[in-house]
Design a protein around this ligand. Sequence first.
Ligand SMILES: Cc1ncc(COP(=O)(O)O)c(C=O)c1O
Length: 387
Amino acid sequence: MNTIQATDQHTMKAFGRIPLVEVQGKNCTCTDENGKTYIDFGSGIGCNVLGWCNDAWVDAVCNQVRSLQHACNYYYTQPQAELCEKLAKVTGFPRMFFGNSGAEANECAIKVARKYSSDKYGKERGTIVSLVNSFHGRTIATLAATGQDIFHQYFYPFPTGHVFAKANDLDDLKSKLDGTVCGIMLEVIQGEGGVCALDKEYVQAVRKLCDENDIILIIDEVQTGCGRTGTFLAQEHFGIKANVTTMAKAIGGGLPIGICLVDDKCADVITPGTHGSTFGGNPVVCAGAVAVLDTVTADGFLDSVKKKAAYLRAELSKIPEIESLSGIGMMIGITLKSKDAHDVMLAANDAGLLVLTAKEKLRLLPPLTITKDEIDAGLAILRKVLA
Ligand SMILES: Cc1ncc(COP(=O)(O)O)c(C=O)c1O
């Protein structure tokens, strides 16, 4: 059997896969098994933040895997120490928990909010409010926290204690605060929901509401974090800081990671035995993440992301078939005038450009290391496909 046949026959049919076998890549160009090349405007849904096989990242990962590939969390490792120390400095969140995916990071965040509340107020205050149209993951609890009905099917019974408020509607949010709410969870830019940024005033008002009611504000930065929007965390654009922030995808540079970061208020909520993970904080993954962090926080890197994003957005805006753009920085949603986004994605793939969709939009999450030439090459293909 070939690669596609073997995979299709023996993996669960969870994904609507495109018949393209990626075999190798360098920065934002990848090659398939037939030798065809593609410009990457998707970065594996935001994970390959430094592109494919970035030298610093490869060296960090390979050097680490040669000396120590795994240690259980009863012991200490240098890469985990370096990552948490640097990440605490960059984000201002003093403590964190390492897991393996965005969903796991969000599970940890929900546990932190609930335990903070149960330690202080007892059992009856465990409700998490999240937003309509949100996406927080595929585990049972994070599906329950996801504000889209399509995800609330088949897997009954879902955990209780999750309610939804309309995005950008403060009155609706206030109406959910019945005294049982311990946490409010949101993406400042809803990614899977269609690259929809929340209003700044709304996010600031939510922050205030959380402060007034001792509610933990959880910001899910699984898709927006690690420089994607031109700041290290997207919440910086909104002028607020969460109590709990989750990261995944990009910070791993292409290896599985999920991080739940907490502020001083939540720093001591998780106590020995109340949470854990076998692979979380794995030294190889952490060594790669340190290389990502060092690159993204190097002088001038985020400025270059902002500049490249502004250029890409300006050029996209000139394409007649494009109605409007959404998102911030290098997280770009594209509303088309007449074409279907999914058809365009397939046509772009055929023409040698990898793009994504989110709801009815095209979605671009290019590697942050993308060069001007690669942006131009991708734009040329997109212009043709949209003509
Ligand atoms: C905002 C957000 N949260 C959580 C997740 C889930 O992450 P993972 O697939 O790593 O579990 C995603 C994945 O797309 C996401 O975009």
